[in-house]
Ligand binder design. Structure first.
Ligand SMILES: [Zn+2]
Ligand SMILES: [Zn+2]
Length: 115
């Protein structure tokens, strides 16, 4: 591969391409400031994983299946996604703290740590 020094001058990019997928890299700090607005349903869902009381009344068995399904769809999945997102964001913030000029691929999340 020849050393052509082409640059991609997107305004929001750093001019560097991801070594893995060739998408443009952005500053991690910019990426994190955008990520905050990514919109999880974040009410006080600390205890949202609490199972509903489970009564063996046949009339609600169907309802329970439905509720459980809805519960997972509406509560557990977003909460898990939020937790995973929070965890990842915490890790990224930690990386950013140690390597303030870290770049991240906006596409595959590949990191290039840089102080
Ligand atoms: Zn990519
Ligand atoms: Zn990439």
């Amino acid at each position: 591969m020849s050393q052509s020094n082409y640059k991609l001058d997107y305004d929001d990019s750093t001019g560097k391409d991801c070594p893995k997928c060739q998408h443009s890299m952005v500053m991690l700090r910019d990426y994190l400031s955008i990520e905050v607005n990514e919109g999880y349903t974040a009410d006080d869902d600390d205890d949202s994983f609490r199972p509903r009381s489970f009564r063996p009344l046949s009339i609600i068995v169907r309802g329970i299946a439905h509720l459980t399904n809805q519960f997972f769809k509406n509560t557990v999945a977003p909460a898990a996604a939020k937790r995973a997102g929070d965890k990842r964001r915490i890790e990224l913030k930690e990386t950013l703290r140690v390597f303030p000029n870290t770049l991240i691929c906006s596409h595959c999340k590949f990191l290039i740590r840089d102080k």
